[in-house]
Design a protein around this ligand. Structure first.
Ligand code: PDD
Length: 278
């Protein structure tokens, strides 16, 4: 694989980073994950806008423009002959002797690589996913796509250990979001419910795209939190992310949602999203 590191396109085993990189020492960095389908970047403009926002929120600055970043992503996709998978981007504050405070003139680190992965025709589309609820133990600025993911790593591992596919994180009795996805339910009278964007969750790019499609379809949307109990009694539940697009959640904490199969509203939006993505 060819990867990108600070201005250079290199074979992956020749890309080396300092052990003093602040991303490594402090988790002082931002990331983005963009899906690739048929060799094409999906929701690219949304990911670039969120990247700029996240970097700004930590007082950083990108070393190159987002147009240049997109050009790098396209070149990596082409050189690695990636038809389906993900492009990962990581920005960190840079490398210097360990100190919580950082030098203002520090040269940031920018890394990009591709990862081949089947995204579209996966079993989850027909079967749905099982989610396990657990306390949200993350920090309070979840709107920043920070590389500090220990909480999510532990939550997903705990969910997996009990036979679940994803964790739904709970705070004050309601679901904030999935460990790496946005959470939704569809009420029995057909309203789509998902949280409004705030500092409590990551503003999902797939969320933005899916909600836009839902609005165009004239579907009714309610931006508010929901509880596990409400999800368990709902007609449908879903999650969205760059790596899943939209998939149905058919089980929450062992309770089957609806008839236990991906519902009609999900099917409609999945079909629309996949058509639109291309
Ligand atoms: N995760 N919420 C969280 C906490 C996430 O980590 C993600 C994405 C999302 C969905 O955002 P988007 O639709 O823009 O992918 C919501 C990525 C895929 C990851 O960490 O791999």
């Amino acid at each position: 694989r060819t990867v990108y590191l600070n201005g250079a396109f290199l074979p992956e085993n020749e890309a080396h980073l300092s052990i003093f990189d602040r991303g490594f020492l402090f988790g002082d960095g931002i990331y983005e994950v963009t899906a690739v389908l048929d060799g094409k970047l999906i929701d690219s403009a949304l990911h670039m806008a969120r990247l700029e926002r996240s970097v700004g929120e930590i007082g950083g600055r990108l070393p190159i423009t987002t147009d240049e970043i997109v050009a790098i992503e396209k070149r990596l996709v082409e050189e690695n002959q990636l038809t389906e998978g993900l492009v990962y981007l990581q920005y960190t504050r840079g490398a210097e002797d360990r100190n919580f405070l950082y030098s203002e003139n520090l040269q940031p680190t920018l890394v990009l690589f591709t990862q081949a992965k089947t995204l579209e025709h996966v079993a989850a589309v027909e079967k749905g996913l099982k989610v396990r609820s657990m306390p949200d133990q993350r920090w309070a600025r979840r709107d920043i796509k920070s590389v500090c993911l220990l909480s999510q790593v532990l939550a997903k591992r705990a969910a997996k250990a009990e036979g679940f596919d994803e964790a739904w994180l709970l705070e004050n009795g309601v679901v904030t979001e999935g460990a790496s996805s946005t959470a939704y339910i569809v009420t029995r009278d057909g309203r789509i419910v998902t949280r409004a964007n705030s500092q409590a969750t990551l503003p999902g790019c797939t969320r933005l795209a899916v909600l836009e499609l839902a609005r165009e379809e004239g579907l009714v949307l309610e931006e508010r939190p929901f509880s596990v109990e409400e999800a368990q009694a709902a007609a449908e539940a879903w999650l969205t992310s760059a790596s899943n697009f939209i998939v149905s959640v058919t089980n929450v904490d062992g309770t089957v949602i609806g008839d236990g199969t991906p519902g009609p509203m999900f099917r409609r939006l999945r079909t629309l999203y996949m058509e639109n993505a291309r």
